[in-house]
Design a protein around this ligand. Sequence first.
Ligand code: HEC
Ligand code: HEC
Length: 284
Amino acid sequence: MEFSRRAMLGAMGGLAAGGTLAALTGKAIADAPVPAAMSEGKGGHFMQMGGEFSWKPMKLDPAECAPVAYSGYWYKGFGCGYGVFYGIVGMMAEKYGAPYNSFPFSMMELWKGGVSDWGTLCGALGGAAAAFSVFFPRKEAIPMVNELFRWYEQTAFPIYNPGEAAQGVKGVLPTSVAHSVLCHVSVSTWCHETKLKANGKERSERCGRITADVCAKAIEILNAKIEAGKDWKGALAKQESVAGCTSCHGKDKMSDMQKGNMDCTPCHSGSDAVADKFHDHPQQ
Ligand code: HEC
Ligand code: HEC
């Protein structure tokens, strides 16, 4: 409903602008804003139904959505990113119908295993960041991503416990802090610290629970953002390593050759894990 109201307002804006357009020059006409009902980019490309970022974000209950995210992880093996995204946008679809129910949710299975088992970005975080970007343009989504990713780096996972509803392994699981948003680092440190297998049932269960944890946190952030509006800011400060290292490494600084906001520590601290493994390895 809100969708059509917005689209209407957009179209009305377009009509109102159209009225004044006759008085303007050709140049001004070319630069005039496109009605939100169907935005149309240069040369007929980049069209989008309803206009960009036109879906209205709705508040959700993290405690209600986390178990849905957890079961989404197991549903057909669609995995973490699907679980988190469905726990957010899918729950809006269940509660409000259109336009949320028109989203092709199954595409979000791409995040499984850090994008098709490549171990890049933790798929749970990918699903959450995608959900933010359904509603908010980059400038507003970045602080939301910063808050979620910084929280993830320093949190001991998993937290969520499905109890009897567990679909992999029941009971309490051991935790570890990844200091990284990468699936590879997150899973590997957990396995190293717990002595459990990366391809074992416990690891699957762990990632299912993290799916619930990330969904709940992302909803907390989304709710706060909806409440505060445009100027919402997260609570977590830049990581110590990032603040330190980027005092010299960055745009217009002493050395401008690094990109990103990940905690620098796991990869640049010279720990055993990142030391040379191509010679004299494994040491018996
Ligand atoms: C006081 C300024 C300063 C700080 C702080 C700093 N760097 Fe550097 N770093 C440099 C400079 C200057 C270079 C050489 C750059 C060049 O050759 O263009 C460099 C080079 C590097 C290199 C490539 C060469 C090498 O030695 O391996 C890496 C990797 C690097 N820094 C990582 C880091 C990390 C990680 C941190 C935080 C723990 C950090 N730096 C903090 C100034 C700094
Ligand atoms: C996930 C691991 C990872 C993280 C996190 C990470 N780096 Fe790197 N970084 C690398 C790798 C791998 C290279 C390429 C190293 C090479 O070429 O041997 C690299 C390259 C660099 C280089 C270029 C120098 C070179 O030797 O190639 C700089 C400078 C650097 N990183 C700084 C940082 C800073 C500052 C941070 C934190 C803001 C950071 N890195 C976070 C893994 C990481």
